[in-house]
Design a protein around this ligand. Structure first.
Ligand SMILES: *Cc1c(COP(=O)(O)O)cnc(C)c1O
Length: 473
């Protein structure tokens, strides 16, 4: 499988090159160059993941791929990897049984092994992974890359917005090759700073001189995106009939993986974007107009607090049937004016495949309480938004799968307030309240006593210095 850029102005590359580059040199995102033939699910999650890797990374030897899959899956707490919790026609696809309790672990337990191989074969001494996070990518990248030889990780997270547990998962993460740094600003600031660092030729020169390659673990990287296809294919195997999927959406990576699973033959009929109050993607699906000119809101579903949703660019390429001229026009309009609008068949195809909806923070808490009351099921705020949005859409009669993107224990203050009406602002005290209510206490709560290992804070314009210092460039 080769990869081309959504903007059409970069050379075609192999899978390992795309992994290392992260973003294409023309600023676009890599997408498969060949048409996607059906990929039937295997006998179980593991064989499906192996088949998927064989398809998308056929320039990595089979033994390396199989070893990577085995190592990645060994880090999951559930033997099914992504169990389905089913209540009548509704299922929660629990994607949070990896090391950091969110779906990002599925890709980030695998990616480091693939990247290490890619770097070795390219003669690179060290891959320096730079990542912006709204909360969950950071810790998943740190845990995934910790102690993997030939790699280093630096994560930038917004100083305000993440939950305390999410923050501690990063600042307490052990591993000599991983660090985290707070950035004054929100997620879009962090993401913009990291994007600017990748476009900075001086930084690239310093990295090259040190024998390092700067790469990304954000969902713009195909190594983040493609492993996620696996759980939708595996879900199709388990359900055995056409179904609808609802995905709590921020950067549009997870739902795009579902779209790829559909292209690969999974019988997914309706794909629903569930947004929080930062509902730029929800509005895009409704109107065909992507308009980022709005106020950024801090919500109780922080991993979706995003206005610039990177992976939409890959969807645009698909909707335009691979017309990179059109993609460049939309993207430059977005950059210059903060908005663009689809028309014609791209708009028609968008509206045919996708549905969308959103929830305010108050509606999110009401949904958490409703889900607990109806099914005695604890859904995290992001997952609860998926449920609420689906509830408000026309019923299709098909099984509906809601991507349960994080463990509720990452957001105990919101959970406890939703379930009891009480606000306990100390997250660990709130987790205690939640434990009393549900009779569970996950290991995540032990973070309370973990030592803080990474306490740096930076401003947007000092990000390049922080990068050089951390990676010794
Ligand atoms: C990252 C994340 C999302 C958003 O996923 P995208 O792939 O960015 O759309 C939703 N929920 C949780 C819990 C997350 O960590």
């Amino acid at each position: 499988m080769d990869y081309i850029s959504t903007r059409g102005l970069a050379p075609k590359v192999t899978g390992t090159q795309a992994l290392l580059n992260g973003i294409a040199p023309d600023g676009g995102l890599y997408i498969p160059a060949q048409p996607l033939a059906p990929l039937p699910a295997g006998a179980d999650f593991k064989t499906t993941m192996e088949a998927l890797l064989e398809r998308f990374f056929d320039d990595i030897p089979e033994a390396v791929r199989k070893d990577a899959v085995a190592q990645a899956l060994s880090r999951f707490r559930d033997s099914e990897i992504v169990p389905l919790k089913t209540f009548d026609n509704l299922s929660f696809l629990e994607l949070f049984h990896g090391p950091t309790y969110a779906f990002k672990d599925v890709a980030l337990t695998l990616l480091p092994h693939l990247m290490r191989y890619a770097a070795q074969t390219a003669g690179i001494n060290r891959v320096c992974v730079l990542t912006a996070t709204s909360g969950d990518t950071g810790s998943a990248a740190m845990r995934g890359f910790a102690d993997i030889p030939g790699t280093s990780v630096l994560v930038f997270y917004p100083k305000v917005g993440t939950s305390e547990i999410q923050r501690r998962q990063m600042v307490c993460c052990p591993g000599g090759n991983v660090s985290a740094c707070a950035i004054e600003g929100n997620f879009d600031d962090a993401q913009a700073a990291v994007k600017a660092a990748f476009a900075d030729p001086a930084l690239a020169d310093r990295a090259r001189a040190a024998g390092c390659l700067l790469s990304s673990a954000n969902s713009i990287n195909i190594g983040r995106l493609f492993p996620q296809i696996c759980y939708y294919l595996d879900c199709a195997r388990r359900l055995g009939r056409p179904f609808d999927v609802v995905v709590p959406t921020g950067n549009f990576g997870n739902i795009l993986a579902a779209h790829y699973a559909w292209q690969l033959g999974a019988p997914i009929e309706r794909l629903t974007v569930a947004s929080n109050a930062n509902r730029v993607v929800c509005d895009f699906v409704r109107t065909g107009c992507y308009d980022a000119r709005r106020e950024f809101r801090i919500t109780n579903s922080p991993s979706m607090d995003i206005l610039v949703s990177s992976n939409v660019e890959r969807l645009l390429w698909l909707l335009s049937k691979g017309n990179d001229v059109e993609v460049r026009t939309w993207e430059s309009q977005l950059k210059a004016e903060g908005h663009f609008a689809l028309s014609g068949y791209p708009l028609h195809d968008l509206k045919t495949k996708f549905a969308s909806g959103w929830a305010t923070p108050e509606e999110t808490e009401a949904a958490i309480a409703d889900i607990w009351r109806n099914y005695h099921y604890l859904a995290d705020p992001h997952t609860a938004i998926g449920w609420k949005v689906n509830r408000d859409l026309p019923v299709t009669g098909r099984p509906t799968v809601i991507a349960a993107t994080a463990s509720p224990w990452k957001f105990p203050v919101t959970m406890l307030r939703a379930l009891t009406g009480k606000t306990i602002s100390d997250e660990f005290a709130a987790a205690g309240g939640l434990a009393a209510l549900t009779g569970e206490t996950p290991a995540l709560v032990d973070l309370k006593n973990a030592p803080i290992l990474h306490d740096a804070v930076t401003f947007r314009d000092t990000v390049p210095e922080t990068i050089c210092r951390t990676f010794s460039l």
